[in-house]
Write a protein that binds this ligand. Structure first.
Ligand SMILES: [Zn+2]
Length: 223
């Protein structure tokens, strides 16, 4: 399922999702066009990673700014620990992703455990088992990029969080119960809700149609 083009993200409903197969053919859901680039990236990831049921990608301002450096976010505060050892950088920006091979290369750098890719000169991508998870990871990562840009602007030396503390905090942050307590649960509705209520998400100020969200058909339970 991929969100359809031409509907503002804040107005999207589950019925606006388009059901497409691996060949990109519409086989159900809304009869609307989807982003070709979004399909190339998201389908490759869903194919390569059976554990990944949802993928989120957009050109959010802080993520786009941070992607310029081609670097991981540093583990320098409690919230950034969420991304400890689950992030990767895709360095090979090859223009708008309209080739199957480019989507496959992005899927390849995610490897078999990463859930975050910083696409150099492009933006952020998060992947996970539920829509809730990827939306949470995305908004948290966007905020983390924003904070790191503030930190970098001072030119002062940074204190990094150590391995044990980062791993412990990452485990606490990644706990599904804790994750679900932050935002309300429930498939696409959840995404709309955090965009309405989460201040970090509200500040993303993302132009219409640039969000790409996909989810494996049948993987999200109604709630
Ligand atoms: Zn993009």
């Amino acid at each position: 399922l991929v969100i359809s083009l031409g509907v503002h993200f804040g107005l999207l409903k589950a019925s606006d999702m388009v059901h497409i197969n691996e060949a990109g053919e519409v086989i159900g859901g809304a009869q609307r066009p989807v982003s070709a680039a979004g399909f190339m990236i998201h389908s490759a990831i869903h194919k390569a990673r059976p554990d990944i049921n949802a993928v989120c990608h957009t050109h959010s301002p802080a993520g786009k700014a941070w992607s310029t450096f081609g670097r991981h976010v540093d583990i320098i505060n409690q919230d950034s620990c969420t991304f400890y050892e689950i992030q990767t950088v895709y360095e090979n920006f090859g223009g708008v992703v309209l080739e199957k091979a480019e989507g496959e290369r992005i899927a390849a750098v995610l490897g078999d455990k990463n859930r975050v890719a910083i696409l150099q000169n492009h933006g952020l991508l998060t992947a996970g088992s539920t829509v809730d998870e990827v939306a949470y990871l995305f908004t948290s990562l966007e905020r983390t990029c924003e904070v790191q840009i503030m930190v970098e602007s001072t030119n002062l030396p940074k204190k990094r969080i150590g391995h044990d503390e980062a791993q412990f905090t990452a485990n606490v942050n990644a706990d599904p119960v804790g994750l679900n307590m932050r935002p309300p649960t429930g498939r696409l509705l959840f995404v709309q809700k955090i965009l309405d209520t989460n201040s970090a998400a509200r500040q993303l100020y993302i132009p219409n149609s640039s969000w790409i969200l996909s989810t494996r058909f049948g993987s999200q339970r109604e709630s």
